[in-house]
Design a protein around this ligand. Structure first.
Ligand SMILES: [Zn+2]
Length: 391
């Protein structure tokens, strides 16, 4: 836990330790918690965090509330690999966290998870909210910056502070990301993808994003930040206004499958129906959508081949906001084949027939995301919720 190691990253010497930085400002709230390097080969977040913490201290920038920078998979960061045995951003479920308590002699990634878990738990216990969690990433393919969030109204609102495309509901396609776990306790949690792993711009984009996030959370005033308008402009470069996207499809790579993406795809690139996207064991994979490609895989590790996304209409965003505020979701249980889960007030149990008949989109509209599928039942989990005790 006390490990502190100097590494060379983006031609800079940075210190990697579990808590990279910690500012206690003049007021008790809010509290911003940023995590860098939960994937060990995504170091830009670590460089950016050390820069921002250094700046706040050196320039004595007036600060309200608390700001924590946490290093993710330290062992993997030192080796510059995504992870050793287990992806540290795919093991945040209640069952896995419970195992940490009972476990001894934990495997390396679970040891990392345990240390991060304890720090987050203590911050939530001792500091004052609102809490804003930010998870800093980079991608294997070249990309403009983007944000990922669970579709809760508080997440959407925070995300609207940035003119950066925002992808809703990625958790429906991933198991156990840290942010989804934190969201379950009602906190705002946002993933920032800064650009390609090894490009210097990814560090610059993350620095800019962190400053904007600290302003949005009301920790720092715009006028205290020297380059604020430059940061704002550099992140708005690709988009004039905030746009939200939904995921239409994900290609999952099976064990032992030889998967190869066609070269040259950029994130958010338009694709046509029947366009050749990738090869699976030498066979062509064509697009069934006219939409945009998202996170095409150009590295060895990971089993998400690519995603296909499309823009969400302003109408849908507004309608879903109003319906949720009016608590119309309570009416869903009146439908045949939809039952409240007595064990969890945020969950609906939907039988397969009804799920097929009622498009998943209806549940999305009301703020539910499909998750566990057991036997012939789908579980839809509500993303909007009040803050509850972190477990
Ligand atoms: Zn990542």
């Amino acid at each position: 836990m006390s490990k502190q190691i100097e590494i060379q990253s983006f031609n800079e010497k940075i210190i990697v330790k579990r808590v990279i930085g910690n500012i206690s400002g003049t007021k008790e709230s809010p509290t911003v918690i940023a995590i860098g390097g939960i994937h060990g080969n995504e170091r830009a977040g670590l460089n950016a965090l050390s820069q921002v913490f250094n700046n706040i201290e050196k320039e004595n920038i007036p600060f309200k509330g608390n700001f924590y920078g946490i290093a993710g998979n330290i062992n993997a960061i030192l080796k510059n690999i995504r992870f050793k045995n287990v992806d540290l951003n795919r093991i945040w479920t209640k069952q896995e966290v419970q195992k940490l308590y009972n476990g001894y002699d934990l495997e390396v990634e679970y040891q990392e998870q345990y240390e991060i878990y304890i720090i987050i738990r203590d911050i939530l216990k001792w500091e004052k909210g609102p809490f804003y969690f930010i998870d800093l990433h980079t991608t294997s393919a070249d990309t403009q910056p983007f944000i990922t969030i669970s579709d809760s109204l508080n997440n959407r609102k925070f995300s609207s502070n940035f003119t950066i495309p925002t992808i809703l509901g990625i958790e429906e396609f991933l198991d156990g990301p840290l942010l989804t776990y934190i969201n379950e306790f009602g906190h705002i949690a946002l993933g920032f993808e800064a650009g390609q792993h090894d490009k210097k711009e990814s560090v610059d984009n993350t620095v800019a994003f962190l400053w904007l996030a600290l302003v949005a959370a009301k920790c720092v005033k715009k006028k205290e930040i020297k380059n604020y308008s430059f940061y704002k402009k550099s992140l708005s470069f690709f988009n004039e206004q905030q746009e939200f996207y939904k995921i239409d499809y994900k290609y999952t790579i099976k064990p032992l499958e030889r998967f190869k993406m066609v070269d040259g795809y950029k994130n958010f690139q338009e694709i046509d129906k029947n366009e050749l996207l990738a090869f699976s064991n030498g066979k062509e994979i064509y697009s069934s959508y006219k939409a945009k490609i998202f996170m095409p895989l150009y590295q060895q590790k990971g089993d998400d081949g690519f995603f296909i996304i499309s823009k969400i209409s302003k109408f849908w965003l507004k309608a879903s906001r109003i319906l949720r505020k009016l608590k119309f979701h309570n009416l869903l249980t009146l439908l045949p084949g939809v039952d409240a889960d007595l064990a969890n007030k945020h969950t609906l149990i939907v039988n397969q027939k009804t799920a097929k008949f009622l498009a998943t989109d209806i549940f999305h509209l009301f703020g539910y995301r499909k998750k566990i599928i057991e036997k012939d039942k789908f579980y839809f989990i509500k993303r909007d919720r009040k803050v509850s005790e972190f477990l």
